[in-house]
Design a protein around this ligand. Structure first.
Ligand SMILES: *Cc1c(COP(=O)(O)O)cnc(C)c1O
Length: 350
């Protein structure tokens, strides 16, 4: 009889919340639809797609549109089926058997899943008590442990805290490892290292269209690095990883600079409103929770009874995420945020 190996036996599929009909503040998606007219615009191109043919393996037009929107050279960009796929590609290509990778906990759980599946050695570095990065200590441990790949998100999911660009730069320069800097939320902040990506020989930046760009359904992510690294990414990824429909729609949306900037403003405005509501609630219930200073499209809270609160909200039809000891609330539409705040306050009153 065939038996699963020990590694697979211990794994469980990622099951997102069964949130049909619920207020969904659990996955950090954008609450906005695609820009007006984009679907109509690509309709003609979609009609001409040869669906019997494989997609463009280099996703040239898509990478060009991304490069132009973010002001980086197109030769420094590779596209992925979501940045999740690119994380897998980087772990499988840039780590050899037995080598060590490091994360800075708490952080995005996909990193350790990939490390586990690759059978790499995990060096779990820790954030400081206030969820910041102690750069000198991180450099020292990475180099002592002979870490070959260091991966972290900035701004961080789940803490929402952003690490200033100078510190990230110092970390990249200080370690001997490849640094995978996951900037999934950097559209909501201004500390990106994209403008200087080519100056760092050991840096790969990940970006995604699933958050600020509002296309989680299409699965589009990007890796940006100096040309030699990107060529290695292109060589190790599966050739037809991004389907033709996603390439077409992604290209059309990324060309809509004005629409994207407007959407980003709306998302940021919503975030500020949510945060200010939470601050007011915090004043009414001193000591019950702490709101972390964030630059993302979600709010991160520390509180003693996060799990119970999560369950309470769930019963009220509101899905949020409790992860890494933090309650993570995605900014939704105004009425959704209001429903969350009302239910949250009802919980605090109990
Ligand atoms: C959401 C998220 C991603 C996943 O992005 P996809 O492009 O949708 O795969 C990657 N990293 C972090 C930190 C995220 O929060």
């Amino acid at each position: 009889m065939y038996e699963l190996n020990e590694k697979l036996k211990s794994l469980k599929p990622y099951v997102p919340a069964e949130a049909e009909g619920m207020i969904r503040l659990d996955a950090n998606e954008s609450f906005l639809p695609l820009p007006d007219g984009v679907l109509e615009e690509v309709q003609k191109a979609l009609g001409q797609v040869e669906f019997n043919r494989y997609p463009d393996p280099a996703a040239k037009e898509l990478c060009k549109a991304f490069a132009e929107y973010y002001g980086v050279p197109a030769e420094c960009v590779a596209a992925g089926n979501g940045s999740d796929e690119l994380i897998t590609v980087l772990f499988s290509g840039f780590l050899q058997k037995g080598e060590a990778y490091a994360t800075i906990e708490p952080d995005f759980s996909m990193y350790t899943l990939n490390g586990f599946v690759q059978e790499a050695r995990h060096v779990a570095l820790q954030k400081t008590a206030d969820f910041r990065l102690d750069i000198d200590k991180l450099i020292e441990t990475c180099n002592n442990e002979e870490v070959r790949l260091l991966i972290f998100s900035n701004p961080c999911n789940p803490t929402s805290v952003v690490c200033p660009r100078e510190e990230v730069r110092r970390l990249v320069r200080g370690v001997n490892a490849l640094v995978v800097l996951d900037e999934a939320y950097m559209d909501f902040s201004d500390q990106s290292l994209l403008p200087e990506v080519q100056e760092h020989e050991n840096l790969v930046i990940l970006r995604t269209c699933s958050k600020a760009i509002g296309m989680a359904a299409l699965r589009l992510g990007f890796a940006v690095a100096r040309k030699e690294l990107i060529n290695a990414v292109r060589a190790v990824k599966s050739p037809y990883n991004v389907n033709t429909v996603s390439q077409l729609l992604g290209t059309a949306v990324l060309r809509r600079k004005t629409d994207l900037e407007k959407a980003k403003k709306q998302l940021l405005y919503g975030q500020r409103e949510l945060v200010s509501k939470l601050r007011q609630i915090g004043k009414r219930y001193p000591g019950r929770f702490r709101l972390l200073p964030g630059e993302t499209n979600f709010a991160a809270l520390t509180l003693a009874d996060g799990e119970a609160l999560c369950r309470f909200l769930w019963e009220q039809g509101i899905a949020v995420r409790y992860t890494g000891g933090l309650l993570r609330v995605t900014c939704g539409r105004a009425e959704e945020n209001k429903a969350f705040c009302t239910a949250f306050e009802r919980y605090l009153q109990k």
